[in-house]
Design a binder for this molecule. Structure first.
Ligand SMILES: Cc1cc2nc3c(=O)[nH]c(=O)nc-3n(C[C@H](O)[C@H](O)[C@H](O)COP(=O)(O)OP(=O)(O)OC[C@H]3O[C@@H](n4cnc5c(N)ncnc54)[C@H](O)[C@@H]3O)c2cc1C
Length: 444
């Protein structure tokens, strides 16, 4: 069966009717805007576009058979409160804004969530100065109601946890981000958007039809659109290269592996417990995270995945790994953090080695209380000089409006963590950029 769009021309190739299984709606294949990527950032953007201008015809394509199959469905599930990020950056501002907006959105849509709070704990004297610096940073960022507490106060919040001093952030919370993503998808559909799963974008070309662009997938399936925004997460550098953007920021796939705490011991962890992070690393360190389903995750660690979507040591792409290892920036980064990388790899292969870290906080957790848990792969954006991209990076290959492919496709190349928490503001910022760049979209 095929769909024939109303405004068809002989240049169209049609794809079989694709029904979004969740809602059983059939789709056309010609749109004002196509969003690529069905993670939380893609859906937040798609939803924001139609909220801003409900007359637009918008579709979202995703290569997997459902939403949030990658980062958005494999994360710690924390609603962050913006303590860590450099004051004044978009990352810091969007996190705090995202915190408030997430609670508002969850309440409005009856999405289960919990404001269980968070402690960032110093277990050694040498960490106290960094803890105070972090506290100052949180205050500067506007993290609500944080305070410094002592060892006794730690016990009143987390009775099984020890530490010298801690930052208490009462508004940090937990939620299942995959459920939040599904709600964004529902909003998008209710606003008239169309979702097409199992559509992996392989190329972008100029179209000879009444739409500017032809977006192709395998088996000659095609979609036509006037503008495209890609939100490809772990694949965002590859999508950007398809339209002639520069090579960096590259996306380094960093796998985070969690340990699971035996359910009978879940009572040992009441809220989020985090270590004082190493400021030179983009990771927050092994933390204790209660989940909405009642389980407790310990971790994650951070090891280089051997494939963009490499969820275990068996997921290997030799060509992709060699591509990354040939890059100067990647080699510089790996050389700088070689000791950290080796330690994390050892902990990955022998989870018992992580126990020592865990027991510094909660000594009652024993070896037979932990087992290997789920994994997630983080898209770590890296500039060619080996520094990490910390803020949102949007790119268009060319400012020349006559070059349709290079000009009309915008890429979200980096939506750095915690972009689940920040997803609503990120969607708004991306749409602001699109509507100011492509002014025609305001008039439709
Ligand atoms: C281990 C881990 C823990 C984290 N913990 C937290 C946390 O506690 N709190 C928080 O706020 N954030 C957290 N994050 C960060 C957060 O999960 C991510 O920043 C966020 O999910 C990114 O969303 P995204 O939509 O950009 O990417 P993704 O969810 O990865 O979505 C990108 C989508 O694009 C699709 N795609 C790619 N290429 C194509 C193509 N060619 N054609 C069609 N589709 C394509 C992919 O299949 C994918 O579904 C964590 C991340 C990880 C990995």
């Amino acid at each position: 069966m095929i769909t024939i769009p109303k405004n068809s021309t002989k240049n169209f190739k049609y794809f079989p009717i694709m029904c979004n299984r969740s809602y059983g709606k059939c789709l056309k294949n010609s749109y004002d805007v196509l969003v690529v990527g069905g993670g939380i950032v893609g859906f937040a953007t798609a939803r924001a576009l139609l909220t801003r201008n409900k007359n637009l015809q918008v579709a979202l394509v995703e290569k997997e058979d459902g939403p949030s199959i990658h980062q958005s469905g494999h994360n710690s599930g924390v609603i962050h409160a913006g303590i860590y990020y450099k004051p004044g950056t978009m990352r810091a501002k969007m996190c705090i804004e995202g915190l408030y907006k997430t609670y508002e959105y969850c309440a409005k849509n009856s999405i289960p969530h919990k404001k269980c709070g968070k402690l960032i704990i110093a277990t050694e004297e040498s960490q106290i100065k960094s803890l105070y610096n972090l506290y100052e940073r949180g205050l500067e960022n506007g993290t609500p109601d944080i305070k410094m507490i002592n060892g006794n106060d730690i016990k009143t919040i987390e009775p099984y946890c020890k530490g010298l001093q801690a930052i208490h952030s009462p508004h940090t919370g937990i939620v299942d981000w995959a459920i939040v993503t599904k709600h964004y998808a529902l909003d998008f559909e209710k606003l008239g958007g169309e979702i097409i799963y199992n559509f992996k974008v392989n190329s972008f070309e100029e179209s000879k039809s009444n739409r500017a662009l032809k977006i192709s997938s395998r088996n000659n399936t095609e979609i036509l659109a006037d503008y495209v925004i890609t939100c490809g997460g772990l694949q965002s550098d590859k999508l950007s290269l398809m339209t002639g953007c520069k090579a960096d920021p590259y996306i380094l796939p960093i796998r985070g592996e969690y340990l699971l705490l035996n359910k009978k011991k879940s009572y040992l962890v009441k809220g989020n417990i985090y270590p004082v992070p190493d400021p030179s690393l983009p990771f927050l360190g092994v933390h204790f995270t209660p989940r909405m389903d009642g389980t407790v995750y310990l971790g994650p660690n951070a090891v280089l995945a051997l494939k963009q979507e490499g969820y275990s040591w068996n997921d290997i792409s030799i060509s992709n790994t060699l591509r990354l290892l040939k890059l100067d920036g990647v080699r510089k980064l790996l050389a700088k953090h070689i000791k950290f990388g080796i330690n994390e790899t050892i902990k990955s292969l022998y989870p018992a080695k992580q126990l020592k870290e865990i027991q510094k906080y909660i000594p009652d957790i024993k070896l037979n209380d932990i087992q290997k848990g789920p994994t997630g792969v983080r898209a770590q954006p890296l500039w060619a000089n080996g520094t990490m991209a910390e803020d949102l990076v949007l790119e268009i290959a060319s400012d020349d409006p006559t070059n349709l492919v290079k000009h009309r496709i915008m890429h979200c190349r980096s939506a750095p963590s915690p972009s689940a928490t920040s997803s609503l503001p990120i969607g708004e910022v991306i749409v602001d950029k699109m509507l100011s760049k492509y002014t025609k979209l305001n008039d439709l």
